[in-house]
Structures are given as structure tokens and as C-alpha cells.
Ligand binder design. Sequence first.
Ligand code: MG
Ligand code: MG
Length: 252
Amino acid sequence: MIQLKSAREIEIMARGGQILAAAVHLAERDVRAGMTTLDVDRMVEEFIRSHKGAIPSFKGLYGFPASVCASINEEIVHGIPSAKRTIHEGDIVSIDVGVLFDGYHTDSATTIAVGDVGAESLRLLEVTRQALDAGIAAAQPDNHIGDIGAAVQQVVERAGFNVTRDLVGHGIGTTFHEDPQVPNYGKPKRGIKLSAGLTIAIEPMVMIGSHKTRQLSDQWTVVTADKSRAAHFEHTIAITAQGPRVLTRLAA
Ligand code: MG
Ligand code: MG
């Protein structure tokens, strides 16, 4: 069931979203070669908890043991932070974070280039970022959920990359994953109609190679089946009468 949010609820999510945006920005600024993914998890968790009323959404969600998902290179999403997993020069590291603030969740992800990652990986990051922007731009009242997926898919496939079929964006609010599902592919004018008050996480997951995925034996980490690199960018947005409002972008 879709839960439309009031203006008051969206303001709460915007406040939590600013804490999340700052946490993601901290990771973008400070993640470097030599850190472990557990170091990143601790840094982000401490930052979130330093804000009164804010806690990490992920810890304990479906039993996930950490505050961030840290997914390196061919890992797409849901990598578990570990003291044994060191980040190396040339890695691309996706950091996915959620914040629960005043009863409402927000969700955001970024992919960080650590040192010199090469031209193809840089283009992967750029295209995935552009695909997210295109998806957000399509999230207009009276458009359909398929318009978002179609916009994402078009940017990705024109660049010669592929977008995941197995993992989707989602509604978000008092529950982390709410209806509707927000696929990263689709056809314009298909699916539910978008209306003001809908809050969703749009999250393209883009791979250089095949869109086929595989889950590791840790029961969490999702990797590309062909081991090609993948990137993930995500924002939580609210659809308003004036258009999409990004709740997890750092205010200038
Ligand atoms: Mg996320
Ligand atoms: Mg999400």
C-alpha cells in the first residue's frame, strides 16, 4: 500500500535527509586507500549518531549487521563492512546509507573513485550519476513509475552500459522499504501514476557488462555475474506539485 506523506512529514524527511547527505559527503571526502570497509562503517555511524534523534537505518534491518553497505568494484550492493576488507588504490567503492530521524527514514548512495580508477570506471560513475538525475527529472506528478525507469535505462544503455533488473528502488517513509517498487528500467506511461506526497528512493545500479547478478555465500553481497564493475547512486525524493524535491542532497 502506498503511503502518501503530508507536507509536515516531508519536512521531517528533509531534516533527516540533510544529516544523511552530510554523512555521504563525509564518506566521499574521507574514504581513501588503506582504510577497511569497517573503518568507513564506524566513521559514518559515529557521524549519524552525533546528531540528536538520528540513528542508522540499516543496523538490524532484516538482520544486516552494520550501518552502511560498502560494495567494491564488481560488488553492486549490500556488501558487509569488514575489518578484513581493505580499500585499495584504483577501487570504486559504493557506500549506501540510511538514516532514521524522528520516525522517518531516508536512503542515499554514492560511488567513490579511490585514486586513479581508469577512464572506463570514471565514465561508469558519471553515467550512473546522470541516470539518477534523469530518473529524478522524470519523477513529476501525473507521470508514471515507468517514466522513471525508462529515463534511467535510456541514459545507461545509450552509454553502452547495463542496468540491473534484479534490484529496484522503493517507496520510503516510516518503513524503510515501502510500496511502490521503482525499477531502473521500463516503459513510459506504464505502472502507477505518480502523485504529490509520494516519497521514493531512486537508485540506478549500473554495470559495465551484463546485467546478470549473483549473490555471495554471505547471503548479502550482490555481485555482477561477469565480474564487471558496477556503480550505485541513490537519492530519496518527494514528489511535490512543483515537481521532484531531492531530500538527500546537501544544501548549499
Ligand atoms: Mg540505499
Ligand atoms: Mg534504497
